[in-house]
Ligand binder design. Structure first.
Ligand code: ADP
Ligand code: MG
Length: 699
């Protein structure tokens, strides 16, 4: 057996109790897991402070000196151990509130210590609670700790004495016990090309960096390696899928498509739309199953692309469906597709949670008989009862609202899986998409239909509300319609509802009937009522739409040109961008006003500033990613792929691209990794599969 697969329990310094903790808290089961347990940061310990020069903040510092006195002090609040530490010139207190009995026994007076900890200032005096103490004589024997690694930890570990020092010592023991160097995991040709250090050196340096340079070299190599193996797996998986999974072959483009294009399409397609339709046509005709992610900023015209793809399915005798995340959006798709398809003899229907039973039944009948060509709907479409005669293409709109599981359900609607097109307006930065949806082909509509004006975006504090109302009045007078949106965040639904209602009242006062008409739509309303209100607004019967975020996705009302977002500091960036995308759809100059209170934290400031500075969804997504980190981007939580050990999708973007290109080239040249030069890659992939805790294994 590979000695690195030895249970962690048997490492010198561990034993059964600590092993349990390491397994439970850190998922460290074997020696190898510990080797791949990387520090998440390093602290520069090249400097020793004098007490008199300690910085006046709570930073972590290192001092050299001796303990001159130790005392246990009992107070009402509990006992604590206080040691007086002297650097030869001045003294300060070291404090322990936990584990002080044991500390009391082990601390030695009047011998040189190296001390490390976080300063605490109280009434102008520094102290350090729970410092890490090393006898100077021990300290100099250990591997250099100029860059001190800091490992992820948990409360449970700390309270049971597994400190940074303990982990560090375990790693020392592990390395000392190694009989041979760690096996290489990258092929010679890559190591040479990029001048990488060996695997053994890299892992060693990541735990015990001698200096900044050796640390950087270790990081370079390990980050590359992590990205490389993720990308390699995704590419191999995608290739396998393309080969194995046969799809319906849509050979021709026929009457449906052609007469729509000739007679019904009232505008010129943008080049990006044309390119996309071409690409999809190629996929659909290839004989393999299409699995494509179509990204396009709000308003870029994805719906037409979806429709024309469905027409290709129709022309080849297949049914298609389009699934949207909300009732309103499904309704809107239904209306606009019906309009687009007028006089074409193609049947379209809609199925949602609110469809009447009789309607459901007739839909099901028509689907089975093949009488219904296109079905629009919400989640209701994926219910098992809904069966098609021959579903050839399934489209998911606003993909980020759906989980992976739902995509999988659509797959199963047929024996031969239908072609799948997922569309999203939440632009996922390409690099993230590559990691996240590596099993999908990705394409982007990177162009808006002509004539769209940049939406002018302003940030206003609540104290300026009257000014904003005045502006609204002027816009209404010039014929515009206005959205006023309130946040709806699940945990405080009640409060949000109250906000909305209070807001509605003050708006009604300022914009009185009959001169002004106002619609309200919120989550607590019944669907028919919502629809009624939406329709009044759509028809231009009302000037203002007061709404919660239910209108966030997809809604398309071209005459609405002003978007007021209340409590905008509570929205995430991509949500703000989505909301803003509801305006700017017609030819009128559009505006978005972000209302907020005066107290904003740094992140909120950055979000609002970004919004006022750019309309570019991809730029916004990149900023969002950098503020929140990839784990929080909608839809990424389930993927699990993103729990990277060392690389960072945002900061190591370039490395990701390089690693991906290498993976592509290697697979192109050697699709099954059979060449001798790639033997090590094969071996590493095999090891990754066998030992889950190495790099991410994608099953
Ligand atoms: P999204 O990509 O956000 O789903 P839509 O498909 O709803 O965007 O399109 C937004 C609006 O732009 C719709 O009214 C649509 O009819 C219109 N549109 C789409 N493509 C074009 C085009 N090439 N030229 C002009 N208008 C277009
Ligand atoms: Mg849309």
């Amino acid at each position: 057996m590979d000695p690195l697969q030895t249970s962690i329990e048997y490492l010198k310094g561990v034993g059964p109790n600590r092993a349990d903790l390491l397994k439970k808290e850190l998922k460290i089961f074997t020696f190898q897991d510990l080797l791949y347990f990387f520090p998440n940061r390093y602290i520069d310990r090249s400097r020793f402070y004098k007490i008199s020069e300690l910085p006046k903040n709570n930073s972590e510092v290192q001092l050299k000196g001796e303990i001159t006195n130790i005392e246990i002090i009992s107070q009402k609040s509990g006992k604590r151990l206080v040691a007086i530490f002297s650097d030869g010139e001045n003294t300060m207190e070291l404090l322990w509130f936990r584990g002080y009995k044991w500390i009391n026994q082990s601390l030695k007076k009047n011998v040189p210590y190296i001390l490390f900890g976080r300063i605490n200032w109280f009434k102008g005096k520094p102290s350090i609670p729970h410092p890490e103490m090393d006898l100077e004589s021990d300290f100099i024997k250990k591997p250099s700790q100029i860059l001190k690694p800091i490992y992820p930890s948990t409360e449970a570990l700390l309270s049971r004495g597994i400190s940074q020092k303990v982990i560090f010592n375990l790693l020392i023991n592990l390395f000392q016990g190694l009989k041979t160097n760690l096996a290489e995991s990258l092929p010679e040709h890559l190591i040479k090309k990029y001048n990488f250090i060996s695997k053994h050196q890299a892992i060693r340096n990541i735990h015990f960096p001698k200096n900044q340079k050796s640390l950087s070299m270790a990081q370079e190599r390990l980050k590359f390696e992590e990205f490389f193996f993720i990308q390699l797996q995704l590419i191999l998986k995608n290739n396998r899928r393309k080969k194995k999974i046969k799809g319906f072959k849509f050979k021709k483009v026929g009457d449906g498509f052609n007469s729509f294009f000739k007679n019904n399409l009232s505008f010129e397609l943008t080049n990006a739309q044309k390119k996309e339709i071409k690409e999809i046509r190629k996929d659909l005709g290839s004989g393999g199953q299409m699995n494509r992610l179509l990204q396009g900023d709000v308003g870029s015209g994805k719906t037409i692309v979806a429709l024309m793809s469905m027409l290709i399915a129709f022309d080849n005798g297949y049914q298609s469906c389009l699934m949207a995340p909300t009732e309103i959006l499904a309704q809107q798709h239904f209306q606009s597709l019906k309009n687009f398809l007028i006089n074409l003899n193609i049947s379209v229907d809609i199925l949602t949670g609110n469809s009447k039973k009789s309607h459901r039944n007739s839909i099901n009948e028509d689907l089975k008989k093949g009488k219904l060509n296109i079905l629009i709907g919400t989640h209701s479409i994926i219910e098992e009862k809904v069966t098609f005669l021959n579903l050839g293409l399934a489209i998911i709109d606003e993909q980020h609202r759906f989980g992976v599981a739902q995509r999988a359900k659509l797959w199963k609607k047929n024996l031969t899986p239908p072609h799948i097109l997922v569309m999203t307006a939440t632009p996922i930065p390409r690099t993230l998409a590559m990691t996240l949806y590596g099993d999908l082909d990705i394409s982007v509509i990177d162009e808006l239909p002509p004539g769209r004006k940049e939406i002018k975006t302003y940030h206003q504090f609540d104290s300026n509300r009257l000014k904003v109302y005045k502006f609204i009045k002027e816009e209404i007078k010039s014929g515009a319609q206005i959205y006023i949106v309130y946040p709806l965040i699940q945990e405080s639904e009640k409060m949000d509802y109250k906000d909305l209602m209070d807001g509605y009242e003050s708006i009604s006062r300022y914009f009185p009937q009959p001169e002004f008409q106002i619609s309200v739509v919120h989550g607590k309303m019944k669907s028919p009522d919502k629809e009624y209100e939406m329709n009044r607004f759509l028809k231009g019967e009302t000037n203002i739409m007061v709404a919660t975020t239910v209108i966030e996705v997809g809604v398309n009302i071209t005459n609405a040109s002003v978007m007021i977002i209340e409590s905008s500091e509570r929205f995430g960036l991509s949500q703000l961008h989505q909301l803003r995308g509801r305006v700017g759809r017609g030819n009128k100059q559009s505006y978005c006003v972000l209302m907020s209170n005066n107290k904003l934290n740094e992140d909120a400031k950055k979000r609002l500033k970004t919004m006022t500075e750019t309309n570019d969804g991809f730029k916004i997504a990149e900023t969002d990613l950098s503020i929140r980190g990839p784990g929080n981007i909608m839809g990424t939580e389930q993927s699990g792929i993103l729990k990277l050990k060392i690389a960072d999708i945002v900061n190591d973007n370039l490395k990701l691209k390089i690693a991906r290109n290498e993976a592509i080239e290697i697979v192109k040249k050697d699709p099954n990794l059979m060449l001798n030069e790639n033997k090590i890659i094969r071996k590493t992939l095999f090891a990754m599969k066998a030992y889950k805790n190495m790099w991410n294994y994608i099953s």
